[in-house]
Design a protein around this ligand. Structure first.
Ligand code: DHB
Ligand code: MG
Length: 219
């Protein structure tokens, strides 16, 4: 049973931050009127991303999948004043909500939202200056395509994180298939022989059940 999972998320860390972030999550939780699905990262994982960026002294971050800007704010808050998060969102409707949330969080000076198909927008980006970290949290069937672009745009020693690579354990279940799981499998299979990165998976159990981050160190 997963009954204890939400509790685990609350007990294992210091309180995760400001009333603003809590309000954004709560809004996205109950807010049908904004039309946002409740799929933002849980607070403990947002904080993990924030700590990772501070640990590596990151200044430039790329995010795929802005949604309401919840993770974007965690990322932006980890950066120095001259840092930048470039975040890509397919849907204008979500980008608009994100822009409001990012403004309310006081980090809009550090965030650039690009609206469009990430695979097209990525190809317009140059690898210089490179990104210190890329957070891939968009449509799962495109995961491998995004990862290949992320590698091109990340500096050696940088980190690429991919969300949702465990999918309640279904990625590792040979009897299960759906388009999200297959997208993750395609990425995982390609990574097995990829000498550009050193990788692991951090499995998580939290307010959103059993899932995980792929953690890739760019050689
Ligand atoms: C879902 C969760 C995610 O974190 C995501 O990026 C996309 C979808 C989901 O639970 O459906
Ligand atoms: Mg996700």
């Amino acid at each position: 049973t997963h009954d204890h999972a939400p509790l685990a998320g609350r007990l294992i860390t210091q309180p995760v931050s400001s009333s603003l972030l809590i309000r954004i999550t709560q809004r996205s939780r109950k807010c049908e009127e904004q039309g946002l699905p409740d799929i933002a990262v849980p607070a403990v994982q947002g904080k993990f991303l924030n700590l990772l960026l501070r640990s590596i002294g990151a200044k430039r971050v790329l995010e795929l999948g802005t949604l309401g800007g919840y993770s974007t704010i965690w990322l932006a808050r980890a950066l120095p004043d001259d840092g930048e998060v470039v975040t890509m969102e397919l849907l204008e409707k979500y980008a608009k909500v994100a822009a409001e949330n990012i403004e309310a969080a006081g980090v809009s000076n550090k965030v650039k939202i690009i609206v469009g198909r990430a695979i097209d927008e990525l190809q317009k980006l140059k690898p210089s200056p490179p990104f210190d970290m890329v957070f891939i949290d968009a449509d799962k069937p495109s995961s491998l395509d995004y990862f290949i672009e992320a590698k091109r745009l990340t500096r050696p020693g940088g980190v690429i994180i991919v969300d949702n690579v465990v999918q309640y354990g279904q990625v590792a279940n040979p009897d299960y298939s759906d388009h999200m799981v297959e997208g993750v499998r395609r990425l995982m299979n390609a990574i097995k022989t990829d000498t550009d990165v050193d990788t692991t998976v951090i499995q998580t159990v939290g307010t959103k059940g059993h899932d995980g981050f792929l953690y890739a160190f760019r050689r």
